[in-house]
Design a protein around this ligand. Structure first.
Ligand code: NAD
Length: 478
């Protein structure tokens, strides 16, 4: 076991519960395939304890002064920054992401807590115009109640912060099940909250077999809200479970982001930005640009320019500052990505560069560019969630917009043009929860992060994220 990796435990109602007697799994460094630590799985008794803790503190936390809740979140943000170097290193060990990217996640997590520390004070309702003297009509916002949050491994620090920030600010206790691949990062975020004064039991962190933990928590009468980030099929299955208790859901699911590059776009600028955005976290990002739909006049220079820039990317262990891209998260992802590329090859697509595993040990896959991709390739329908850029040409803008909107996904979409009439159309007509025009930057703590169509519903971050954790009550007084 790596000595610089912290001990793992469940954190339930203020207590650290270790593996003894519990089922467990080994957490693996994806860059070396070496074991990092042993992660205990929660038993049903453990989950019951977390539920009882959330239930027990619910009244006190929902009635806590929002300024006091804000002070805890702000304190946690300061601790996240103070412990940033350690948190970033742990997140890189677990996820393989380049250390520069996990440092950005430190800032992202602190920023989310700081923003919600403020926004929690603004869970405003409204007073309606009275119908007659002596009457009063109020619309008030109340915390939804205890929330079960499920965070994936691709942002080991940022996802737990997203899952905890809005519920805690709104006054909802939270049971978080982070990804079993990246547990120490999530426990590090929880520790910052606890050290900043979060009362015992308001947030618990559990691990286990994901489907078993989620079905048990969602079925409990204690849980009133569910927030999940992950794939579309799992999101649908959790919604079915939530339907039995008519529970509020926030679903941040997969995407297959199109990028429309118009003939007047600044080619060098688009290429520089695209390669950075595509291979961030080896493409394992829900808003990763995936289908590049490029005007035919720029098509060949775009494909060549993309491949040239990819050739300069250094792939390797994320702890080495020189590396631009790390490994995939686990062997399953490596197999999925390889199968996608082999399928595209066999369908007649042009693999311009990459298209193979690199280095062994480690789950590394070469940054891959595929051009002239036929519709019959699975990659044109399914989310690759890996380091694969697909490039196809278009002639007319209508055609490009139709292709961008063709899939059932609707998380992020991007468009590049210098003509106002075109950017206006792209903003209005691209079907996505987030649209980047001449930019891939589509997330700050104040902005709603979420999708439409099968990419889900609800938002994380922004006032919308807080609103997802609040119910609306109308009070009419005669
Ligand atoms: P996976 O579907 O097994 O796991 C993805 C995430 O969902 C993990 O964090 C896992 O713990 C969780 N999960 C899976 N089943 C669950 C359940 N029944 N209840 C609660 N949580 C559950 O796949 P994977 O190979 O680890 O990841 C690849 C796929 O996951 C991709 O296709 C992608 O769509 C999706 N994913 C999406 C995001 C995102 O940001 N939207 C992040 C990570 C993974």
């Amino acid at each position: 076991m790596a000595s610089e990796y912290p001990e793992l435990f469940l954190h339930i109602d203020g207590a650290r519960l270790s593996a003894d007697g519990r089922a467990s799994e080994t957490v693996v460094n994806p860059a070396t395939e070496e074991p990092l630590g042993t992660l205990p799985h929660a038993t049903q008794t453990d989950l019951d304890a977390a539920l009882a803790a959330a239930d027990g503190v619910n009244a006190a936390w929902r009635n806590e002064n929002p300024d006091a809740r804000g002070r805890i979140l702000r304190g946690a943000a300061a601790l996240i920054r103070e412990r940033g170097a350690d948190l970033a290193r742990i997140a890189t060990l677990e996820s393989g992401k380049p250390i520069g990217q996990t440092r950005i996640e430190v800032e992202m997590s602190a920023g989310i807590f700081e923003w919600y520390a403020e926004e929690g004070r603004r869970a405003y309702g409204r007073v309606l115009v009275r119908q007659s003297p002596g009457t009063r009509m109020l619309v008030v916002k109340e915390p939804v109640g205890p929330v079960a949050g499920f965070a994936p491994w691709n942002f080991p620090l940022g996802n737990p912060a997203r899952k905890l920030g809005a519920p805690l600010a709104a006054g909802c206790p939270c049971i978080l099940k982070p990804a079993e691949e990246t547990p120490a990062s999530a426990l590090g975020i929880l520790q910052c909250l606890l050290d900043a004064g979060l009362p015992q039991g308001v947030a618990s962190v559990v691990f286990g077999v994901p489907s078993e933990v989620s079905s048990y928590l969602i079925a409990s009468d204690v849980i009133r809200g569910i927030t999940f980030t992950g794939s579309v099929p799992v999101g649908k299955s959790l919604m079915r479970l939530a339907a039995d208790g008519m529970k509020r859901t926030t679903m941040e699911l997969g995407g297959h982001a199109p990028v429309v590059v118009c003939e007047d776009a600044d080619l060098a600028m688009v290429l520089d930005a695209s390669v950075g955005a595509k291979f961030r976290n080896a493409g394992q990002v829900c808003v990763s640009p995936t289908r590049f739909i490029v005007h035919q006049s720029l098509y060949e220079p775009f494909v060549d320019g993309f491949a040239e820039r990819v050739a300069a990317l250094q792939v390797g262990n994320g702890l080495d500052e020189a590396n631009h891209m790390g490994p995939l998260i686990h062997e399953r992802r490596l197999r999925d990505v390889s199968a996608f590329v082999e399928d595209a090859r066999s369908e007649g697509a042009r693999v311009v560069c990459g298209g193979r595993r690199v280095a062994d040990p480690g789950y590394f896959y070469a940054p891959t560019v595929i051009a002239d991709v036929p519709m019959s390739a699975r990659l044109m329908q399914e989310e690759p969630f890996g380091p694969i850029a697909l490039i196809n040409p278009f002639a007319e803008l209508d055609e490009a917009i139709a292709e961008a909107n063709r899939l059932p996904y609707g998380l992020a979409a991007f468009g590049f043009s210098n003509a106002a009439s075109v950017t206006r159309r792209l903003g209005d007509e691209l079907e996505a929860g987030m649209v980047g025009i001449n930019s891939f930057a589509i997330s700050v703590p104040a902005s709603p992060f979420g999708g439409i169509k099968e990419s889900g519903h609800g938002s994380e971050e922004g006032i919308e994220g807080l609103n997802d954790m609040l119910t609306t009550k109308f009070i009419s007084e005669a």
